[in-house]
Design a protein around this ligand. Sequence first.
Ligand code: NDP
Ligand code: DGY
Length: 321
Amino acid sequence: MKVFITRRIPQEGMKILSQAGVCKVSLWDSDEPVPRAELLKGVAGAHGLLCLLSDKIDTEVLDAAGPNLKVISTLSVGFDHMAMDEIKKRGVRVGYTPDVLTDATAELTVALLLATARRLPEGVVEVKNGGWSTWKPLWLCGYGLSGSTVGVIGLGRIGMAIARRLKPFGVKRLLYSGRTAKSYAAEVEGEYVPLDTLVSESDFVVVSCALTPETQGLCNKDFFSKMKNTAVFINTSRGAVVNQEDLYQALSSGQIACAGLDVTTPEPLPTNHPLLTLNNCVVLPHIGSATYSTRGIMAELAANNLLAGLQDTDMPSELKF
Ligand code: NDP
Ligand code: DGY
């Protein structure tokens, strides 16, 4: 069977595929994204496709693959880059990588929240550029978690892991919103509240929901206008959940205190983007799951999902849709 892999992936995954001896692998042998024409060429006649979140898997790609295609395995937990309705219609199975990246992503979210709220990047720059003249009572002051209210939008696997990590900082109230209340939220004394309540009462708003048609552009002018002027906004889900023009206005006008983003639209964010001119906006290059071990385990899981799809057996992590 023929498999196309859209990028170099960690060796752990490649080893599993080569040792299995059930497929002939061709790979876009680069650390950069596969050009669209090469993707369409590479996938032609494939039985399996191993892709990344930066590959748009739409009707054109599915058509280019043709009727052999049995399985798509994405090296991500997010699946907003794939045309799920079309995939379902064609009876193609989908594997993804939930759980194995939850700890790494939650850890990065906490790091980003603290870096943003306590202004670490600004401080590092001041030390290097001579702006550090002396100890000053109000210089580089920020916001602390102790006694605060934290609101998590999307208390799923990662949202819950973020909440578990934040509670021991002395968070007083943990609010969350989503489509349904979660019984497991009791562990963090989570209060299920309407989105408006979360937005207006939280000192820290953390976005960890999936990108769907309902969450696209959820954090817009109206949303930011309800936040406290002292509130910190953090997004480690997907860039398109945020209207970035509205975020820029909220940050530059003092409507909200600061923002930390691990995800943007587009990715990479152009270096001349207005958000990058702001001291109160910390932008990271989508590194939520970027630990060596997590990426290795993601590659193993993606390879095993692919093999199971090729061989019509149970997948370790099949997306049910
Ligand atoms: P889960 O499926 O466990 O959680 C997704 C959450 O999104 C659920 O709690 C769900 O709430 C919530 N959600 C869905 N629709 C809405 C809505 N309309 N309003 C509010 N909340 C909603 O996924 P994970 O926690 O594993 O991952 C979440 C996302 O994080 C991924 O989809 C991906 O985009 C992103 N991610 C980013 C990473 C990074 O590197 N920055 C790394 C890994 C993931 P409910 O159950 O109530 O519907
Ligand atoms: C995902 O898995 O969806 C992340 O964005 C990258 O790990």
